[in-house]
Design a protein. Structure first.
Length: 162
């Protein structure tokens, strides 16, 4: 039986408690992973948010601040502050867009490129801590179930958007 079929009998109350626990655990996992990544990346003078900007630029350099904001699902003002701090450290620079003079492109500098390996190592350590003690088969089942949850949410969001 899936969660959408539970009614208000005893099983329904049990399912309500289970779903509430899931919600809390989802929030805790995201928060704890972020806190641990922040702790691991801090000695390199970065925050998780700054690392996310760099990762987007490593995947596709020369994005506008609006592009980065859209990909990170945050406001352009937030990205502007992150880019300001990265630019002050010499990790990125803003350049005029050759087509649209009003737009600025955010470009990685050579100093930023070695950070990709460090960010990957920090991310791997977070993953290692997260999945410590779980058998590989359990991790595969967890992944499959989380992909289904994500798909359910995406389908609902796509229906509401159209």
């Amino acid at each position: 039986m899936d969660a959408s079929n539970w009614d208000n009998n005893e099983g329904g109350r049990e399912m309500d408690a289970t779903l509430a626990a899931c919600k809390s655990i989802f929030q805790d996992i995201a928060r704890f992973r972020g806190l641990l990544f922040d702790r691991l990346i801090a000695p390199y003078g970065l925050t998780m948010s700054q690392a996310r900007v760099l990762l987007h630029l490593l995947a596709e350099d020369k994005l506008t601040q609006s592009d980065i904001a859209r990909r990170m699902d945050v406001g352009t003002v937030t990205v502007g502050g992150l880019v300001d701090r990265l630019e002050a450290r010499g990790l990125v620079e803003r350049r005029a867009d050759p087509i649209d003079r009003r737009a600025k492109r955010v470009c990685l500098t050579d100093e930023a490129r070695p950070l990709e390996k460090i960010m990957d190592e920090c991310s791997s350590e977070v993953d290692g801590v997260s999945f410590k003690g779980l058998p590989e088969t359990s991790i595969h089942v967890l992944l499959s179930n989380l992909q289904a949850v994500r798909q359910n949410l995406l389908e609902t969001l796509n229906k509401e958007a159209s």
